[in-house]
Design a protein around this ligand. Structure first.
Ligand code: ADP
Ligand code: MG
Length: 614
């Protein structure tokens, strides 16, 4: 065969093979044209995965009637200007397009219609190209003062071989959506909408140009999670600026899909940049974890070659080491500065992992419900209280046996309770700050607020005992005298009968003092002085308006504050375990009288997640 010049349609189709690989790449070219035209809003519609119909509409500067036929010519562009000698400088490209290939390529493989009203032009015009054949320019209707609407029907109808390679409509639609998201990240001041088969898939309002607007745009695209876990990056070195947002290491992902890199506003997939990103996080992330990041490199066009690939997805840097160093250094710097924040995020995750329960004691675990007679304290006595006299659990209410501090020589409670760890609230392991009991369960750990829990238990148990007739009392070894002022003492003595119903037996003891003989058994070791003084204050404040039994919650709260398990008191191991067992047996013990949780639970699986073991 002789050597022949190929006909223009064939040349265009060959070019189209590279430039318009799939519907999403046609859309990429058309959106880039809209952005180059200065559009403030870009609207995209795609039907049938973009294979049936694509529409890209913008409010940019438009194309005049005279230029419409040239726009669809091959290698015709308004974006490169020859100098006086007629030479074009390919080293200073500041637009997204420059090759003059997109429109003729699309026109050669589809039915393309461009309608446009140029800025300040009275009329709008349109031109159509079908399978490479252009029709003359004609007047057209155009909504809006200026802008361009490009419609592409039956993409690849003229190249059936290419059509066969298309993935499902769904896959093409997803690629389109991804393409719009990418472009929208780099142009936060431009509004974008995307409709897929008539349904709105994306609606991104214009944001203020700058980092804040950009973060809003990124949050709209990547989710609020990204916004809350991203660090602002802004570093400049030798005229190269790195900006954008990088995710905290704790916000890493299972793949690199959440990495978006832009060079001079152009989305790129670049090995060098991806490698630098990995390098920056190397100390913080496991090999199979990937950071989330949206990074923008801006540099003099002289130092980057964007003319490497027809779809312009790859770039070459004149000084790759500078770029790599900037990315690694800039990100490490930001991550180091955020060390504290990273740990806050972990703490927040930990808190999210802890779950507060209110199911305790409702029999949810098959644990005995509190019985009014025995009270919750001994509601579950499978492993303790062998004799009936031990109505109270060892250590908790028995003042002679009480243990003020953890005694290393004392018999370990777990030794006679081997199965505690299998109980819902587990085996007590430690007490922290005189306030929190840490218990180990079979599959996690539990932290109990001892005071909140005890207050609730006192309340529930007192209610149960009152319903059963009387609150169990416990005689003090020697009656205690509490000094008050005479008016206070009178008020307390006046309520002696009510107090006796609640398990507190008092007598007048001359002017300005009361004698306390018995206290509610369920309080255990009681700070009698403090309790009586608080009750006196309480009566002074509330007067005689309500019977104490009607304010049981408050009264119990006051009592619990002076009982054996009050906040700040060191508990022995048996006391802690007794509290846990009673919580299990008491209804509603998962929350205190104020609705706050009395304990939180963290499963091993959550712990493992926190430490990246899962
Ligand atoms: P390139 O973008 O590389 O210049 P194209 O084939 O994509 O090549 O477009 C050819 C020309 O048509 C552009 O240079 C531009 O002048 C004009 N053009 C294309 N789309 C638009 C648009 N949406 N708004 C204004 N002008 C456009
Ligand atoms: Mg273009």
């Amino acid at each position: 065969m002789p050597i022949r010049r190929l006909p223009p349609e064939t040349v265009n189709r060959i070019a189209a093979g590279e430039v318009v690989e799939r519907p999403a790449s046609a859309i990429k070219e058309l959106v880039e044209n809209a952005l180059d035209a200065g559009a403030a809003r870009v609207e995209v519609q795609a039907d049938g995965g973009g294979l049936n119909r694509i529409l890209v509409a913008d409010d940019g500067k438009g194309i005049s009637a005279e230029e419409l036929p040239i726009a669809i010519e091959r290698h015709a562009t308004s974006k490169l200007e020859p100098d006086d000698a007629g030479d074009v400088d390919l080293l200073r490209i500041s637009t997204l397009g420059f090759r003059g290939e997109a429109l003729p390529s699309i026109g050669s493989v589809a039915r393309l219609t461009i309608a446009s009203r140029a800025r300040a032009a009275a009329d709008a015009f349109a031109v159509t190209v079908e399978g490479g054949a252009a029709a003359p320019v004609r007047p057209a209707a155009f909504p809006g003062p200026h802008g361009t609407r490009v419609e592409v029907r039956d993409l690849f109808y003229a190249t059936p071989a290419r059509l066969k390679f298309m993935k499902s409509e769904r896959a093409e639609a997803m690629a389109i959506s991804e393409e719009i998201r990418r472009q929208a990240m780099a142009h936060e001041a431009t509004a974008f909408t995307l409709e897929l088969d008539g349904r709105t898939a994306l609606r991104l309002p214009a944001e203020r140009p700058g980092p804040e607007g950009r973060l809003k745009r990124l949050a709209a695209i990547l989710g609020r999670e990204f916004e809350h876990n991203a660090l602002l990056i802004d570093q400049t070195r030798d005229g190269v600026r790195l900006s954008g947002y990088a995710g905290l290491p704790t916000y890493s992902r299972g793949n690199a899909a959440h990495q978006y890199l832009f060079v001079n506003g152009r989305p790129v997939k670049d090995r060098l940049l991806q490698g630098a990103l990995r390098g920056a996080y190397a100390d913080f992330l496991a090999r199979d974890r990937h950071p989330a990041a949206v990074l923008f490199l801006d540099l003099d066009p002289l130092y980057v070659d964007v003319n490497v690939h027809p779809a312009k997805a790859e770039v070459r840097f004149r000084d790759p080491q500078l770029v790599r160093g900037l990315i690694v250094g800039g990100l490490r710097h930001a991550l180091a500065a955020a060390g504290h924040r990273a740990s806050t995020t972990v703490a927040a995750e930990a808190l999210a992992g802890f779950t507060a329960h209110e199911g305790v004691g409702r029999g949810a675990w098959g644990v005995a419900e509190a019985r009014p007679d025995a009270g919750g304290w001994s509601g579950w006595t499978g492993w303790s209280a062998p004799d009936a006299a031990a109505q109270t659990l060892p250590g908790l209410n028995d003042r002679s046996a009480r243990v003020e501090t953890l005694d290393p020589h004392a018999p370990r409670p777990t030794s006679h309770a081997p199965s505690e760890i299998d109980l819902p609230l587990g085996a007590a392991r430690a007490q922290l700050h005189g306030t929190y009991i840490v218990a180990q369960t079979r599959d996690g750990l539990v932290v109990v607020d001892q005071h909140a829990a005890h207050e609730r238990l006192v309340y529930e148990r007192m209610k149960a005992q009152m319903a059963a007739g009387a609150v169990a009392r416990q005689a003090l070894l020697s009656p205690e005298v509490v000094e008050l002022d005479p008016a206070e003492a009178d008020r307390v003595v006046a309520r002696a009968d009510e107090l006796a119903q609640l398990g507190l037996v008092i007598e007048p003891f001359g002017p300005g003092a009361v004698l306390v003989r018995e206290t509610p058994a369920l309080l255990g070791e009681t700070d009698v002085q403090g309790l009586i003084r608080d009750i006196a204050d309480d009566l002074a404040e509330h007067g005689a308006a309500l019977a104490l039994s009607e304010r049981l919650g408050e009264v119990c709260g006051t009592m619990a504050c002076h009982g054996s398990v009050r906040a700040g008191r060191v508990l022995s191991a048996p006391e802690m375990n007794a509290l846990l067992r009673q919580m299990e047996a008491t209804p509603h013990s998962g929350q205190c009288n104020h609705g706050r949780p009395t304990y939180v639970e963290l499963k091993l699986a959550d712990l493992e997640k926190l430490f990246g073991r899962r």
